[in-house]
Design a protein. Structure first.
Length: 293
């Protein structure tokens, strides 16, 4: 049985840890409210922009000839992995990294063997994961979430789009956590480039619209903007998911620390009672020895 000093030190240590996890939970909850508001405002805009693009480009020759829609034999692959810059958020980062690895092993095994699978990581943890496993991490966007804005994400989108146009990659896929609620995040894998026509949306015919200035100009401007919005939405989803996952993880850690404190206090009381009992026995034994003399 541990001595009283050791148990007291452990109680103090666990109590300090519990205070930290409780504070981190409160901070995550405050950040989550802002992140949740941002993604709830962005979703309708991104959805309508996507629907508009599908409607305008349906059957339009200018859309079909757009370079962002051109499919090529898949030889070089870029995986855009969106994780966090910090840990202490449960399986948030591990789920995304494992999902990206599974996609690479299942769909792009030949490209991986040829060394043609590259990683672009938005978030430090994803870059660290794939670097340790020998993947080529072409770009690592750290501190994106500390100064999160459309302008910051647009830089990454421009880099990805230019690389695709320059034939550096034949396909680009995004892996991220979609925010559902505080306790639930859904890992999504979406093809970013080349653009794939949606088969679920009802699209009107181009004859239903009058284009100004021209159909070609509208599509030329709309497609790059839609791609940037798509990436920005994925980053916002991941940001909200991260805070939700961290809030849940810190809540569980706080509860676990409370349970551990309960057990340590029981152990401390038992050790203290045993020490008192031992002292009493020693006093009694000494008194009896003196009485016998």
């Amino acid at each position: 049985m541990a001595n009283l000093k050791e148990v007291r030190n452990r109680i103090a240590s666990v109590n300090s840890t519990q205070q930290i996890t409780k504070a981190m939970k409160m901070v995550a909850a405050a950040k989550l409210r802002r992140a949740q508001d941002n993604i709830l405002q962005m979703r309708p805009y991104a959805q309508k922009l996507g629907e508009m693009l599908q409607t305008v480009s349906a059957g339009a020759e200018a859309a079909q000839e757009n370079p962002f829609k051109q499919e090529r034999p898949i030889e070089k692959v870029l995986m855009v992995v969106i994780t966090s810059d910090r840990g202490l958020c449960g399986a948030f980062n591990a789920n995304v990294s494992k999902a990206a690895t599974a996609v690479i092993n299942e769909k792009y095994a030949a490209q991986k063997r040829a060394g043609n699978v590259h990683i672009l990581s938005i978030g430090k943890k994803g870059g660290e994961f794939f670097t340790r496993r020998g993947y080529k991490v072409n770009a690592l966007y750290e501190d994106t979430f500390t100064r999160l804005s459309f302008g910051v994400v647009r830089q990454a989108a421009d880099e990805i789009m230019n690389a695709f146009l320059n034939n550096q990659y034949d396909i680009v896929e995004i892996v991220y956590n979609e925010f559902k609620n505080v306790a639930t995040q859904i890992v999504r894998v979406e093809q970013f480039l080349p653009i794939v026509e949606s088969t679920t949306q009802d699209t009107a015919t181009p004859g239903d619209y009058i284009f100004e200035p021209s159909e070609e100009e509208i599509i030329k401007e709309l497609i790059p903007k839609s791609l940037k919005i798509q990436l920005y939405r994925a980053v916002l989803e991941s940001n909200a998911s991260e805070h939700g996952a961290r809030m849940t993880a810190m809540d569980k850690a706080t509860d676990n620390a409370g349970e551990l404190l309960k057990n340590l206090r029981i152990e401390y009381n038992r050790s203290r009672q045993a020490a008192i009992t031992t002292e009493i026995l020693e006093i009694v034994a000494g008194a009896e020895a003196l009485a016998g003399n």
